[in-house]
Design a protein around this ligand. Structure first.
Ligand SMILES: NC(=O)c1ccc[n+]([C@@H]2O[C@H](COP(=O)([O-])OP(=O)(O)OC[C@H]3O[C@@H](n4cnc5c(N)ncnc54)[C@H](OP(=O)(O)O)[C@@H]3O)[C@@H](O)[C@H]2O)c1
Length: 303
């Protein structure tokens, strides 16, 4: 998106009001909570089971399930909302969320979408974007590339074994660090409230890499080889479902990596730099910062 760098995070009194973070125990929501907690923002962390949530001090856990309209009153008093589409839920659940948000007085929604969604009208993310655009709320669409943190999440066990089993061939993927996505989300949540408008950011890191190159950079960080293996589709689905990954998710991953194999996942943008006034985090730094996850000293992140 063109325009000035987003204002920095404000002091405690400078926030538009309470900030509701959906998926607060997940990757992006969790990172937003981590980045905003020290600013003194009034943070409401939406989780389905508040008993199980581990949150920074001062963050208020709120029971919320986007599929359960009975939990919508949790939005009362919220000024700005971070929303994401939990896979497995319906587009209609998010449509109802935006209507409830409007009815409860929420002013802005920052929605986590997917890079290129604007060209994919049948994708759930694009249908949700359109519902948000039509909602009358101030709407921010964060169209994000492939998260580097997939390699500390769903692919972490492979990296620990020195392998990346990804059917992407030598296609390139424009990976982005979740910390950059959360940083843009945080600044958009913090912006002073104005008349409703629609803004979109297309967020990528500085490089489009093949998984062979990512394996090499992981190997440098870990001081041991990480080999990329690109199996055929049937072998991929059979192998990962054998590891316990649900078949639906395995098929979704296959589709995503096939897009990369076809050379269609390599688009880079300057939006992280434009939004934050600093370059996006490169993959080598992501690998260095997360060594402990793969060396066994830390628990893998979700997803
Ligand atoms: N992976 C990628 O590379 C990538 C790239 C671009 C965009 N995306 C999009 O990012 C989204 C996932 O975000 P993420 O990775 O931050 O999430 P995540 O780490 O996969 O965590 C999923 C979150 O969804 C919440 N959740 C699940 N069901 C829910 C429900 N019924 N109501 C409310 N919350 C529910 C869970 O909360 P609790 O279990 O605590 O309730 C959890 O915090 C997806 O829409 C995905 O398409 C992913």
């Amino acid at each position: 998106m063109e325009g000035a760098v987003l204002p920095p995070l404000p002091a405690p009194g400078g926030w538009p009001g309470p900030v509701f973070v959906m998926g607060a125990a997940g990757r992006v929501g969790g990172e937003i909570v981590r980045q905003l907690a020290p600013t003194g923002a009034e943070l409401w962390a939406a989780v389905r089971d508040p008993q199980r949530a581990t949150l920074p001090p001062g963050v208020r856990p709120v029971r919320f399930d986007v599929t359960d309209p009975a939990t919508s009153p949790a939005l009362r008093g919220v000024a700005v909302l971070f929303a994401m589409w939990p896979p497995g839920t319906g587009v209609g659940d998010l449509e109802r969320l935006f209507a409830a948000a409007r009815a409860e007085g929420v002013r802005r929604v920052v929605f986590l979408s997917i890079l290129g969604a604007e060209r994919l009208p049948f994708l759930p993310h694009r249908r949700i974007e359109r519902a948000l655009e039509a909602s009358g709320l101030d709407a921010v669409l964060l169209r994000s590339g492939y998260f580097m943190q997939n390699l500390t999440g769903i692919h972490a066990p492979e990296v620990r074994r020195g392998e990346l089993l990804i059917p992407s061939g030598e296609g390139r993927t424009s990976v982005v660090d979740v910390r950059d996505v959360a940083a843009v989300a945080g600044r958009e949540l913090a912006r002073p409230l104005t008349a409703p408008a629609v803004r979109a950011w297309s967020l990528t890191g500085p490089q489009a890499l093949t998984f062979t190159e990512m394996g090499h950079l992981l190997g440098v960080a870990l001081n041991r080889p990480v080999r990329h293996v690109s199996p055929d589709p049937v072998t991929f689905v059979r192998t990962v479902t054998g590891w316990g990954i649900p078949r639906g998710l395995a098929l979704f991953m296959l589709a995503e990596y096939t897009v990369a194999r076809l050379g269609l996942a390599a688009r880079l943008t300057g939006d992280v730099q434009a939004a934050l006034g600093r370059p996006p985090i490169p993959f080598a730094r992501f690998a260095e910062d997360h060594r402990e996850v793969w060396l066994g000293g830390a628990t893998a992140e979700s997803g």
